[in-house]
Design a protein around this ligand. Structure first.
Ligand SMILES: Nc1ncnc2c1ncn2[C@@H]1O[C@H](COP(=O)(O)OP(=O)(O)OP(=O)(O)O)[C@@H](O)[C@H]1O
Ligand SMILES: [Mg+2]
Length: 213
């Protein structure tokens, strides 16, 4: 059976797509025997930089994660090919252009849409949600960089209910540990710079499994 394809998309730049891609990859790869592929469709290549730093820092240590790149139009084919011999294929897409994200959304079993808790950022998710709806692919909005005790976050949660996409119960806090870990080619699951951050990622990785068709 083919593995699951999870496409991370959101036109708004800096919403946390690449951070989420890396963290989900590591979270799912930690289960023994699970093969994970990450596919970088963003020509900025941030996920590739993370992966190269990771290879350097892991040295000869085993990793269940493989890395590929694809152009926007080539990503559907590449994702489906990778799904033949990986349990999870995580696709990181570029900001701004929905044309480049569309093929990866077509191939997806689940579209994960990170959004920072601001109404403007929520509006920016609309085209992505529409593409997922057109493909009948489940889409899930994930609140990222959530500050502690923000009233706006609750207002966002309410606004998200009428959005045509589900929203994840688990939220990721605004924690420096995410950026610091990524910079080392690692994740909060491995650096343990923040136990809270690690808990959030573990809960989110588990929760997302429920939404895959
Ligand atoms: N939960 C978080 N807490 C703190 N910082 C975060 C969090 N998530 C992401 N960041 C930081 O926010 C910045 C943008 O994150 P990231 O590169 O993952 O976003 P992106 O959506 O992939 O951006 P782009 O649209 O440019 O591809 C980075 O500096 C990253 O370290
Ligand atoms: Mg990115």
């Amino acid at each position: 059976m083919a593995g699951k394809i999870i496409t991370i998309a959101q036109q708004k730049g800096g919403s946390g797509k690449t951070t989420l891609a890396a963290h989900l990859a590591v979270a799912w790869s930690q289960k023994r025997g699970t093969r994970v592929a990450v596919l970088d469709v963003d020509p900025q290549g941030s996920l590739g930089e993370w992966f190269e730093a990771r290879e350097e820092h892991l040295g000869d240590a085993a990793d269940n994660i493989s890395f590929r790149t694809a152009s926007g139009w080539g990503s559907r084919r590449e994702a489906r090919n990778l799904a033949k011999d990986h349990d999870f294929v995580i696709v990181d897409t570029p900001p701004k252009s929905d044309r480049d994200a569309r093929p990866s959304i077509e191939a997806a079993d689940l579209v994960a849409i990170p959004v920072q808790p601001s109404p403007v950022d929520l509006w920016a998710t609309e085209p992505t949600v529409e593409m997922a709806v057109a493909e009948k692919t489940p889409a899930i909005i994930i609140l990222n960089r959530v500050p502690p005790r923000a009233r706006l976050t609750e207002e966002m949660a309410v606004a998200m209910r009428d959005f045509g996409a589900g929203s994840a119960e688990t939220r990721l806090g605004n924690r420096i540990a995410f950026a610091a870990s990524m910079g080392q080619g690692s994740t909060v699951l491995e650096t343990r710079l923040s136990a809270k951050a690690a808990e959030e990622v573990e809960a989110l990785a588990k929760e997302l499994l429920k939404y895959m068709k």
